[in-house]
Design a protein around this ligand. Structure first.
Ligand SMILES: Cc1cc2nc3c(=O)[nH]c(=O)nc-3n(C[C@H](O)[C@H](O)[C@H](O)COP(=O)(O)O)c2cc1C
Length: 197
């Protein structure tokens, strides 16, 4: 049996390249340096069209159902969405409308978002956190928000150019760690913060 925790990362961005997906990948990389993880990445940019044409779970194509099952079976979720009209993207919400309402009970969820400016940073606490509270998931203490000015072009994608954002990612990961380490089997090796960096 694997000692690794199943982490499923979900980016609600509809774009490629994407600031949101860039942010989520950096967060996941930081988590991977501290925990033994099996990572599965889901991008709405890929599966959005499959979801958008279906109005019920029974009508979903198999590829979309398989991704939803990955979410439902995750030990840890890491989610990030761009702010659209002061909320999450419509397809991000549509995806989680298909997730079984009792499948995420006690699942730790790392929350992140990006927006055009700082003005909608509370999307994490006013939109994402209540959504995952509905699922009785365990939303982790600190969310991470990046605005467009925090990112630079690193063709063909983006890179994080803000020291403050990088520091926030590390702090949020460290705050999350006690909750995530508690999921490991008692005999699993624990990577210390000192060794991880
Ligand atoms: C349809 C649409 C609506 C948006 N609404 C908001 C908004 O309400 N508040 C905000 O701060 N940014 C808003 N933005 C900007 C995006 O959130 C921002 O550019 C984000 O970083 C894009 O992420 P991405 O590169 O992953 O697509 C909006 C962008 C689009 C396309």
């Amino acid at each position: 049996m694997s000692n690794k925790l199943k982490l499923v990362a979900v980016s609600g961005s509809l774009n490629n390249p994407s600031r949101t997906t860039t942010l989520l990948k950096v967060i996941v990389k930081e988590l991977q340096q501290r925990l033994p993880l099996d990572v599965h990445f889901i991008e709405l940019q890929d599966i959005g069209p499959l979801l958008g044409s279906s109005l019920s779970r029974l009508a979903l194509p198999k590829q979309a159902v398989d991704e939803i099952l990955k979410i439902e079976e995750a030990d840890i979720l890491a989610v990030a969405t761009p702010v659209y009209r002061a909320s999450v993207t419509g397809l991000f919400k549509h995806l989680f409308d298909f997730v079984g309402h009792e499948t995420l009970v006690n699942t730790p969820v790392f929350l992140a978002a990006t927006g055009g400016s700082e003005r909608h940073a509370l999307v994490i606490d006013h939109q994402l956190r209540p959504l995952f509270s509905f699922f009785q998931a365990l939303t982790l203490p600190l969310g991470v928000y990046g605005s467009e000015a925090d990112f630079g072009d690193a063709a063909p994608g983006y890179s994080i150019e803000s020291e403050a954002l990088n520091a926030r990612i590390i702090l949020a990961v460290e705050r999350a760690l006690p909750y995530l380490q508690a999921l490991l089997p008692v005999d699993a090796p624990r990577l210390s913060l000192v060794n991880a960096r």
